[in-house]
Design a protein around this ligand. Structure first.
Ligand SMILES: NC(=O)c1ccc[n+]([C@@H]2O[C@H](COP(=O)([O-])OP(=O)(O)OC[C@H]3O[C@@H](n4cnc5c(N)ncnc54)[C@H](OP(=O)(O)O)[C@@H]3O)[C@@H](O)[C@H]2O)c1
Length: 242
């Protein structure tokens, strides 16, 4: 699924302002994809867009809060109109809160589920008709988490939202596999981004955002006969160990 100059391909990345989404956007630009980028912060998005354009592709910065279905709808519509289609969706935007299940603020739970799970489901629903119409294959990459495969304490809503993403991804694959769309849930352990900045773990041992981008590249470069449906990425050395 590598893009070439004579046949343009397009990708939409949520949460592309920084961290994992930014690294994946740059990887996609390296692969020749035109990229539509969304997040709330316009300045970070413009910066990512400039970094993508340096690889000779078009980059659209589309600031939006993707928990608002109307804003999300406009992002997908603009992307598809400007690029005349869509080949790759990267559902990456997400957030994280600490909190014990007995004391957590239910509003924080709502926000995590709205962003990490429901916005991911909505953007997939909006993008799928365009992905299914794409010639030469298409892909949906979910940036889930190791917390989508195992439970951690003090993280109940995050764990629930990411288990939801992994389950959703598996079900979407069953719905679209025969029509040539790859679907993969990428499940990283700790990655050095703003989410993990203050959690007290060893940054030197964390995965880097570019490592996640390489996993995404692997999925896109896989032959059309194969789909890596889940990729688990652990830090080699445990960042919590002293
Ligand atoms: N870092 C880790 O250790 C780790 C591990 C496993 C999985 N993940 C997952 O990886 C994904 C990316 O996380 P990250 O670590 O790269 O975090 P990050 O550096 O905080 O990046 C998150 C991105 O999402 C955007 N975003 C947040 N809320 C949004 C909203 N309501 N609407 C639109 N965009 C929004 C942010 O931009 P704005 O704030 O400007 O909107 C930012 O661009 C998340 O789904 C996270 O759960 C992270």
């Amino acid at each position: 699924m590598t893009a070439t100059n004579n046949k343009r391909r397009a990708a939409l990345v949520t949460g592309a302002g920084r961290g994992i989404g930014r690294a994946i956007a740059i990887m996609l630009a390296e692969e020749g994809y035109d990229v539509a980028l969304t997040a709330r912060g316009a300045d970070e998005l413009s910066q990512t867009a400039h970094e993508c354009e340096a690889h000779g592709v078009r980059a659209l910065a589309l600031p939006a809060d993707i928990t608002d279905p109307a804003q999300l709808g406009r992002v997908v519509e603009t992307c598809v109109r400007e690029f005349r289609g869509l080949n790759v969706l990267v559902s990456n935007a997400g957030s994280f809160h600490w909190g014990a299940a007995d004391t957590a603020d239910p509003d924080d739970w709502d926000h995590l589920v709205d962003l990490n799970l429901k916005a991911s489901m909505r953007v997939t629903r909006l993008a799928l008709p365009h992905l299914l119409a794409a010639e030469d294959g298409a892909a949906v990459l979910f940036i889930a988490s190791m917390a989508g495969r195992v439970a951690f304490g003090m993280n109940a809503a995050y764990v629930a939202s990411k288990h939801g993403v992994v389950g959703f991804a598996g079900s979407v694959f069953k719905d679209v596999r025969e029509r040539g769309v790859k679907v993969c849930a990428i499940c990283p352990g700790l990655v050095e981004t703003s989410i993990t900045h203050d959690i007290g773990a060893d940054h030197a041992k964390m995965i880097q955002p570019e490592d996640i981008a390489e996993a995404a590249r692997y999925v896109l470069r896989s032959p059309s006969r194969v789909c890596p449906t889940e990729i688990l990425l652990q830090p080699q050395r445990a960042p919590w160990a002293k």
